[in-house]
Design a protein around this ligand. Structure first.
Ligand SMILES: Cc1cc2nc3c(=O)[nH]c(=O)nc-3n(C[C@H](O)[C@H](O)[C@H](O)COP(=O)(O)OP(=O)(O)OC[C@H]3O[C@@H](n4cnc5c(N)ncnc54)[C@H](O)[C@@H]3O)c2cc1C
Length: 406
């Protein structure tokens, strides 16, 4: 059987993989590129099940990959969306402190935003100033972030695919799961459950399975994906007036999630969430979803038990909020006191691929591991949707550096 040969194989058709494929062809239209995706379509996991927010870059440590790629990605996203008619709106958001302790952390976030070069951030120094923007929100102090927006990420993914396939002639293999990779002198052999392909370069953007794909080529992959489900409620139609734009709490700086918030969605409606609940199945979108292998992999990772010891209380609280609508409502009432349990209808869920090391450190920054002609995106949590165009460009430059060395 003949093996089809490519210059580069990209694993995963989420926003990151699609952006890599798009940039490879944009840079060199003659390059032979193949995207392999186990699902039948794009954005079936994180890229299609998220909050739909274009993050401004306010939260991230200056100089980190997150800070650089979020801001560059945000600017590219706007350009791309304008050019290809992807619905988006720069509606702005507020971050609200409801306790004196949170006010201290809020000031740190403001300083970070300034250090990251964000313009026109505004401190909201009283309840009145908060309510001028969000009349039903409560809090002591806040920050208005005018850059934050909302966008249609599934449409963005579909557009990237369409340009890659139809304009640039890129190849795709949907419905094929990568099961083995052989890195040989002559090139890389990528085996799926249906075919085998060969390539000179490979980029893995496998999201929730990025560690398993990394283990196929790397002897010492010291990161494991711990899946955290984020569940949403929606505000009932009659109560959507309670939220005009986006309302966020002050996040716990030691925890890589932003806390339940309110997001107006570009396709209409207002979502409340997501929480962060340990998932017993990597692609498990419901509380009862369970997969033995996924769960064993979580529990057998030494770092997991260190996280459990460190964040046990927070984790149990999230689990409780997942089971108790009353508890979820209470968390939301901290920001919008008028919200009642009866105003919330069940929404969807997404599962975050959060990398964790052996010592129990939840990896905060993006992690992109390059080993000669193979690149693994091992950690691309939020804001990787916002950053996807910048991450793709960054990876293509990394691959070209390799070519230049050869
Ligand atoms: C609840 C939630 C809310 C979020 N909110 C935001 C937000 O508002 N703004 C923001 O910027 N970011 C947000 N994020 C983060 C963002 O969605 C992700 O960081 C981003 O989508 C990651 O894209 P990806 O391409 O790396 O992963 P994915 O979209 O998960 O894509 C990975 C792909 O790889 C495929 N794959 C895996 N293994 C294999 C294999 N062996 N063979 C073939 N294919 C394989 C999968 O099927 C999948 O399609 C959120 C995430 C979640 C979960």
């Amino acid at each position: 059987m003949s093996v089809k040969k490519y210059d580069t194989i990209v694993i995963g058709a989420g926003l990151v993989g699609l952006s890599v494929a798009y940039h490879l062809k944009k840079k060199n239209p003659d390059a032979k590129v193949l995207v392999i995706e186990k699902e039948k379509d794009v954005a079936k996991h994180q890229s299609g099940n998220n909050s739909g927010v274009m993050h401004s870059g306010i939260y991230y440590a200056p100089g980190s990959l997150k800070a650089k790629n979020c801001i560059a990605g945000y600017n590219s996203l706007i350009e791309f969306a304008d050019e290809h008619q992807i619905p988006y709106e720069l509606c702005g958001k507020i971050i609200v402190a409801t306790t004196p302790t949170e006010v201290v952390k809020l000031n740190d976030i403001y300083e970070r935003g300034i250090n990251n070069g964000l313009q026109n951030l505004r401190k909201l120094s009283s309840l009145q100033e908060i309510q001028e923007i969000e009349p039903h929100c409560t809090g002591i102090k806040g920050i208005h972030v005018p850059q934050t927006g909302i966008i249609d990420y599934p449409k963005m993914a579909a557009t990237l695919l369409s340009i890659y396939q139809n304009q640039y002639g890129g190849d795709t293999a949907f419905g094929e799961r990568v099961i083995r990779i052989h890195n040989q002198n002559k090139g890389i052999l990528v085996e799926t459950d249906k075919h085998t392909y060969s390539a000179s370069n490979m980029v893995s953007c496998a999201g929730l399975f990025s560690d398993r794909v990394a283990n196929m080529t790397e002897q010492e992959n010291d990161l494991r994906i711990i899946p955290f489900r984020g569940e949403y409620y929606k505000l009932s139609k009659e109560k959507e007036y309670l939220v005009k734009t986006l309302i966020y709490p002050v996040p716990d700086p030691s925890f890589p999630f932003l806390g339940v918030h309110f997001t107006r969605m570009i396709r209409g409606g207002v979502e409340a969430g997501p929480n962060a609940v340990l998932a017993f199945k990597r692609e498990g979108y419901k509380f009862q979803d369970f997969n033995l292998k996924d769960t064993q992999e979580t529990f057998s990772w030494p770092g997991f038990w260190k996280i459990a010891a460190k964040y046990g209380r927070t984790g149990l609280g999230e689990m409780y909020r997942s089971l108790s609508k009353a508890a979820f409502t209470k968390a939301l009432q901290k920001l919008v006191p008028e919200i009642q349990e009866s105003d919330l209808v069940p929404g969807g869920a997404g599962v975050r691929a959060q990398a964790c090391d052996r010592n129990g450190k939840l990896i905060d920054d993006f992690d992109i591991l390059k080993n000669n002609n193979i690149i693994h995106v091992r950690n691309a949590p939020s804001p990787a949707a916002t950053s996807s165009l910048a991450i793709g460009k960054y990876i293509v430059n990394q691959l070209n550096e390799q070519e230049a060395l050869v």
